[in-house]
Design a protein around this ligand. Structure first.
Ligand code: N01
Length: 545
């Protein structure tokens, strides 16, 4: 152990939540230290520097709402790419002057609660010097996000592959990966796989995409944003901010209030047309209010989508693999991606699709020359891209050895091994003075990062102020409160069509992870109401001492 430093709050992660929280806490007079394993701000955007990485939330929903953050900021495109988002993070970091509070290249490996001194001891491993130091803090806040623990399937013999292999979320920061003229294999067709495919196919000598589940991706229309567009945006921001703060998911739109079957065919097709042509996620998250609840409504939407999209794929057999007439899951129950020329990629002679399925054909092993599937075929490759996702939503928290009072299990991973228990998706019994943001049982994957960061960051800051004003040292979630919240989250999660899909929303992508709704799917307004009700009731569901 090295030297110790003591803060009011230690925050893990310098993404949207971590930056917002340190800014707010400092304003409120708390001392705070942010610790991040990366060498820069940005959180998930720091790590995900794979080719083609780009946000699929339309400007202006993917930004903070405070005037000081947008008054002097200029967006270049409607859907900014990863490098421009990093520039945005740098801009915000400077405006809020938070860099002096951040410790980079440092991984929090362990945290333990001392019930006598009411403090957390936090072990931090400096990745450059390989030395460990201990930070002490009255409060610990995990701003680790929903996608910070990459998932790599345990394929046999991965080390035998002679070429290069990278997970999209651990892509070399040097940018030194060369795919030009190489035989590239991409495993996974989620948002990362779709984007990497689009970015790499033109220059690769051969591209092989290993698909287990088709991505029913919607078209992204991404015009550049000039000075005039940015001036108009700034002019409209005050109104847009109001919408962002009251909408279901932190966007500037909501679902259409009517149900699909209550409108005439003509009206429905007109609405579909308009949503589809908007060039964003509107056809998914701005569709009729029953689209994700009723099979009939869902099928009507899918049929429209299919009719519009499948003709872009020339070979009917390929079209059926990429976009089956009967969808593999109800449309939108797995994360819908945005694409630019994804479906045309598969019209190219040097691109092949390997359709995997758990029953018939899967990846058997890596071999020195590439990948072998269980049907015996070997795909020769120079570069393998693992676009295989994350131990999503809870994995960032459970990957740290966090030891609480023992009342909730010896550490947080053990406590949640049979299912997640939290109060309001922000704290857990047995872990006093600890909060987490953009994690399990909060809107998280069903709301934008900045909107959630602001809501949860404001709530945590207000709570800590309350503690200080009333002279409390310790706040702990009650067991019955987290049982109730869990039941409520699971009830909401069972409604509608989402449970019909195998997806990371339910932990299905990680072998052995309990199947359950990991996100609170009732929307931001309901979540906001419940959080602030708890505060106005003097922090109901908590014991303050
Ligand atoms: O990860 P994913 P992601 N054998 O889990 C496949 C955000 N994000 O990194 O669907 C073969 O979605 C898996 O197959 P299946 C966004 O919220 C945003 O792409 O499980 N294949 C799937 O195709 C997103 O949803 C942006 O059958 C295997 C893929 O790997 C979330 O992060 C960009 C496999 C994993 O897809 C995660 O996206 C990027 C196996 N053993 C990410 N295991 C933007 O804003 C997994 N797969 C644009």
């Amino acid at each position: 152990m090295g030297n110790e430093s003591c803060f009011d709050v230690v925050i893990v992660g310098a993404g949207f939540s971590g930056l917002y929280l340190v800014h707010r806490l400092r304003e409120a007079g708390f001392t705070a230290r942010v610790v991040d394993e990366g060498s820069d701000v940005g959180g998930t955007w720091y790590w995900n520097c794979y080719p083609g990485a780009r946000v699929d939330t339309k400007v202006p929903a993917y930004q903070f709402t405070g005037t000081e953050t947008w008054a002097d900021w200029t967006w270049k495109e409607r859907f900014p790419d990863r490098n421009h988002i990093m520039e945005y993070f740098h801009h915000v970091g400077k405006v809020w002057d938070v860099y002096p509070n951040i410790q980079f290249d440092s991984r929090v490996t362990e945290a333990s609660w001392d019930d006598v001194s009411c403090h957390w001891s936090i072990s931090v491993l400096n990745k450059t010097s390989s030395t460990s130091t201990t930070l002490r803090a009255q409060y610990l806040v995990l701003c680790t996000g929903f996608a910070s623990k990459p998932y790599i399937p345990p394929y046999p013999d991965m080390d035998k592959f002679r070429g290069e292999c990278h997970h999209t979320a651990r892509w070399p920061q040097s940018g030194g990966v060369d795919w030009k003229g190489k035989r590239v294999g991409i495993i996974g067709t989620g948002a990362s796989g779709v984007q990497a495919t689009q970015a790499m196919y033109k220059e690769a000598a051969q591209l092989t995409v290993f698909q287990r589940t088709p991505n029913l991706a919607l078209p992204m229309s991404n015009p550049t944003m000039d000075g005039e567009a940015n001036s108009a945006l700034r002019r409209d921001m005050p109104d847009l901010v109001k919408t962002i703060r009251t909408s279901h998911a932190g966007f500037v739109y909501n679902m259409v209030p009517e149900v699909t079957t209550a409108v005439s065919n003509d009206d429905r097709l007109k609405t579909y047309e308009q949503l589809f042509n908007s060039g964003g996620l509107e056809f998914w998250l701005g569709n009729y209010s029953d689209m994700l609840l009723s099979e009939e409504a869902n099928k009507l939407a899918y049929d429209f989508y299919h009719e519009r999209t499948a003709p872009r794929i020339k070979d009917p057999k390929m079209a059926e693999l990429l976009l089956p007439k009967t969808p593999p899951h109800p449309f939108g129950t797995k994360r819908v991606s945005l694409e630019q020329d994804y479906f045309e990629v598969f019209n190219q002679p040097h691109v092949q699709l390997v359709s995997l399925s758990e029953e018939n054909n899967s990846i058997a092993r890596f071999v020195p020359e590439g990948i072998q599937t269980t049907d015996g075929k070997v795909y020769e490759l120079d570069l393998i891209v693992l676009a295989t996702g994350f131990d999503s939503v809870s994995g960032g928290i459970t990957s740290i050895d966090i030891k609480g009072t023992g009342g909730g299990g010896s550490n947080i991973a053990k406590k949640w091994s049979g299912g997640v228990y939290t109060h309001l998706g922000i704290s857990a019994h047995g872990f006093p003075n600890m909060f987490f943001t953009y994690g399990p049982q909060a809107p998280t994957a069903f709301a934008t990062g900045p909107a959630t960061a602001e809501l949860q960051g404001d709530w945590i800051t207000t709570c800590l102020r309350h503690m200080r004003v009333h002279g409390y040292n310790k706040i702990e979630t009650n067991e019955d409160a987290e049982r109730e919240w869990r039941e409520h989250v699971l009830d909401v999660g069972e409604q509608g069509l989402f449970p019909q899909a195998k997806s990371w929303y339910f932990g299905d992508n990680i072998p052995g992870k309990p199947r359950e709704a990991l996100n609170y799917m009732a929307g931001m307004p309901e979540y906001r109401k419940r959080l602030w009700n708890c505060a106005s009731e003097g922090y109901s569901g908590y014991t303050l001492s």
